[in-house]
Design a protein around this ligand. Sequence first.
Ligand code: TNX
Length: 567
Amino acid sequence: MRKNIFSLFMVLLFSLLLASCGGSGKEKAAENVYPVIPKPVKLEPQRGRFLFNQDTRILYYPANDELKQIGGYFSDLLKSAAGFSMQVVAADEDASKPNTVFFSLDTTLDLNDEGYLLDITTRAIEVKARTPHGVFYAVQTLRQLLPPQVDGGRQVALSDLSVPCAKIEDQPRFPYRGLHLDVGRHFFPKAFILRYLDLMALYKYNTFHWHLTEDQGWRLEIKKYPKLTQVGSCRKETLVGRWRGEKNATYDGKEYCGYYTQEDVKEIVAHAKKLHITVIPEIEMPGHSLAALASYPQLGCTGGPYEVATHWGVFKDIYCAGNDSTFKFLEDVLTEVMELFPSHYIHIGGDEAPKDRWKHCPKCQARIKAEGLKDEHELQSYFIRRIEKFLNAHGRDIIGWDEILEGGLAPNATVMSWRGIKGGIAAAKMHHDVIMTPGSHCYFDHYQADPKTEPLAIGGFLPLEKVYSYEPVPKELTPEEQKYILGAQGNVWTEYMATTDYVEYMVYPRACALAEVDWTPASEKDYGDFLKRLELNLEHLKAMGVNFRPLDKDAANTQEKQKEKEQ
Ligand code: TNX
């Protein structure tokens, strides 16, 4: 009996001890939160935190300029919040030291080129990747694990300057993760473009599609054709409200101008490079070209005169395809574009080009005959192929909107599928690369809620959850064909976005959702979990003063409506 009581006592004591250890351990682990977006492929939470202090150093191995640069970038990120700069030093061996952030490259890792391993312990932070891209993305993950005030550059108490311990294995699902910006309809200053890129990097986007030319404005300095910016970068006024045809239009009577100098572009491209972002310029042809025609009327079929457009829509005056001087002009422009932009791809537009003028243009008709083309669609195809040949000869490839499929696809073109996913499917079946940007899920110019409760937008309805639900690989494709889907892109057309604040309101947090579509394996996606992470993650954007659309706005709207009903 006594023995029994003794063993019962021992068992009780032992289980109490166990429970208290396990309990406190769990609590400790539970203190750590990981609001990382896009969600890493694998994240094992660990107890404890790594604390940064004056003596924390960034070590990199091997001695590699890109790693050194990423170290400098990370040190700069922390500088104002920490009140000190971490030293960035080349390591003499491939081993981490206590109180260091250790970057190393290892080409034998079983990851893709943008993947990384991140091991955060109380002793040190270790980052391993095959290439510097992966190291850069590990730093973005660290950035999201740090207190949000760090992103705001505000001083943080040293005791708060820490990241939660974890073991992370991460890599992107798609190699193309894009965000676009139309600076033709509205022009945004260089400082905003730099900030747009900073935010893209935070969410691991790697491609900025910069839509630089439009009917309503030509925004890129071209030295050989100064009128493009002297004339083409200004419109005499702008439509007020929604476009409902000329009869119902009112204009603001204010001249609207803006363009980027080549120096601006160089700065933007260099900044993007540091953020591991490729800038793909878009020079629209043959449509959306009124600003160019207004500058050089001989480029159109009728010879003009033309005016830079003052309202939105699709215009009938486009580059003349019968005119050899059109191609000379475009080749000259593209030559300067290639000097400014090192990107492998140049986007040549190709969308929304009505064939009305070509039908009645003797030169275009003569071209159709001479080239043995069937119709104006084949003439568009001839146009794009000719430009493609020129760019291919200079080692570049073209991307075009899905209209470039009509009349025959240029041999090496990548297709951006925007009118739904049909174009993407057709192109992949023809073994052409595809970027998915269907209006249904990727158009950040569409409404995010009931239009009555939102600022004026172009139309549509694309709430956050719908963006999140997007699956870029169409079921219709075989596994072999699926490989042609390079990724998805969010498009930001700015007809109705006149201010940088409004652009941010439309892009965030929808761009956070699309970032996860592009990065995280489909099987790991979970909207509820995303929302929980997003709520915390948005504190980073708040700290940076980003005018994102608040998550509780829908709830607030519903409450408003409820109140109205009750009154
Ligand atoms: C269609 S998407 C366009 C743009 C407009 C946009 C508005 C595409 C290739 N062309 O010119 O701005 O719709 O949503």
